[in-house]
Design a protein around this ligand. Sequence first.
Ligand SMILES: [Zn+2]
Ligand SMILES: [Zn+2]
Length: 267
Amino acid sequence: MFIDSHCHLSFPELRAQLPEILSAMEQARVERALCICTTLEEFDQVHGLALMHRELWATVGVHPDNEGVYEPSVDELVALAGRPRVVGIGETGLDYYRLGERSVADMEWQRERFRTHIRAARRTDLPLVIHTRQAAVDTLAILREEGASSATGLPVARGVFHCFTETVEVARAALDLGFHISFSGILTFKNAVDLQEVARFVPLDRCLIETDSPYLAPVPFRGKTNSPAWVPLVARRLAELKRLEVEVVGAATRANTLALFGAMAGA
Ligand SMILES: [Zn+2]
Ligand SMILES: [Zn+2]
């Protein structure tokens, strides 16, 4: 059995295919998938999927790349996180890839949004789904500052670095903070040699797998519209790299996902 820990089934190209995707998941023994929220405008659709389908769960959050969208407060995130079948906060984090004309200093709004999500995660004791791209130093620094201060009396922030594409050093720092690392279809790409090294390094009990559908379809479907039914291909590649059976990696990543997103373990 497999779990896809990160997908966007609310996006139109996947939503239109939902019956086919759910049956393909069943055939591929992908028993659950976590539908990730990227704007509050989208939340009702993401949440609706989780309410309507027993295989699906939801998160609440605003992706760092989304500008000109509703900016949530901590209280609003906490309230939405209290809805049934909402099991995590995100995706959130930092993304300096699309700076354009701007400097890193201009991205204070993104760092502030990230802090808001961390505060909500600590207040609800739900895991964070973290997106970081060309911003690892700041992502880790903010997590250390905002996620671990004991002055608040709140639980320390925990969660997953999703679609990991950073170095072994960044992985080690994330693991030291108690976070999990999630691998996507990128792991199956021939040129992803550095990432394959990271996958050998991260202990199996801290690994998750995901598709990030509709993006990043694994080999041999690279370039196509991705679906949670293809997450076993990520498991298979991770198993090869770790010299394990795919069943072992499927079971371990499934158990890790259920332990992290506790409510997902329910019916
Ligand atoms: Zn992401
Ligand atoms: Zn995503």
